[in-house]
Design a protein around this ligand. Sequence first.
Ligand code: CTP
Length: 413
Amino acid sequence: MEPITLLTNKRILLGVTGSIAAYKAVDLASKLTQAGALVDVILTESAERFVTALTFQAVTGRPVYTDLWATDSSGGLPTHIAHVGLGEGADLLAVIPATANTLAKLTHGLADDLLSVTALAARCPLLIAPAMDGGMYQHPATYYNVQLLAARGAYLVEPEEGRFASGLVGKGRLPETPALMGHIRRALGKTGALAGQRLVITAGGTREAIDPVRFITNRSSGRQGFALAQAALDAGATVTLITTTKDVPAPIGAEVVLVSNAESMLKAVLKESAQADALIMAAAVADFRPAVTAAQKIKKTDDPSEVPTIQLTRTADILMEVKVQRAQTGFPKVAVGFAAESEHLLTNARAKLERKGLDLLVANDISAPDAGFEVDTNRVVILSQQAEPEAVALASKTLIAERIVARVAALLA
Ligand code: CTP
């Protein structure tokens, strides 16, 4: 797991309570630590029946807190001030899993164990991920507690539907680690540079149908677009991801619009960007499509010399249509394009920036084996109307995305 910029050196107070799902919190604590976060775990007494403090200590490399009354802090904060110290320094208090009992305590301000006392002392955002069996989550007592906490600003991770350890089926399962990580990022990103801004991001290569089973596409994997969506979410934006691919799970919090060809992408982009602060066109949109799509599968005949000819026609240039929309409505406020070039990178990119009326253009040299299509790394130059071109050295698509998002945030500031 590579470090996550948003999580690096963030102090996350992870409150683990007595649900069978407590074992999932071990994996979460481990992944958060690997991502660069400093994870301080508080276990309730009932959580300790499911998992041990030692387990969390091993995966976080930090002292684990359990007892409000303990006098031996085993290297951690002296316990008489632990609840204040832990709460004060934290960037987020995440109660995962949160039992009905702990939710009730948090809602009504009860303070009879280290976690509930710390929650009262903490001034950081609170995230709760309820997990419980049977109808407990649906019970009005729990339901209203959760509503009250959410109304007070707590970030609620909805439990999933599924099978409980008891064999019953219902809503109350704790989501898996990747989803929990996504929610934690969302909660931490709320105050980022793009808070309150709406971004539309496109990803993937379009598919232009030849017949019901065949299509013309390109080598775009969608990875750079998905990384951009995650980076924008981390910066606090509301994100709509218009994508041709669902092979990669979409980042938690992104609204996903699935499209197939250039035409459906054009429609989605114009609709979604009509009120957007920024549009980032990372998708590889086909420039040509078959002039006609055969209604039935094209069959071969007995004559081997007989082959079909596919007549191509131009697709609409989405960014050119966006340029028209911007001239009429002013939206999206900022438009960012990509340029995949195999020669004369800067000259071609500069011309594209001007022609498409863009604020930023991210150019990459697709002739390099370690940048561009189907790889996890990229090397780009960011061109803009005012500033000098910014060369971003070979880096993960994640880091490239963060750089692009920072440039967008600067333009919107
Ligand atoms: N793009 C678009 N609509 C198209 C083709 C491309 O909006 N029909 C967008 C891409 O999403 C990208 C930018 O335009 O952000 C540049 O794409 P690229 O393929 O490099 O450039 P083209 O405009 O297609 O020019 P050329 O193929 O001649 O290099």
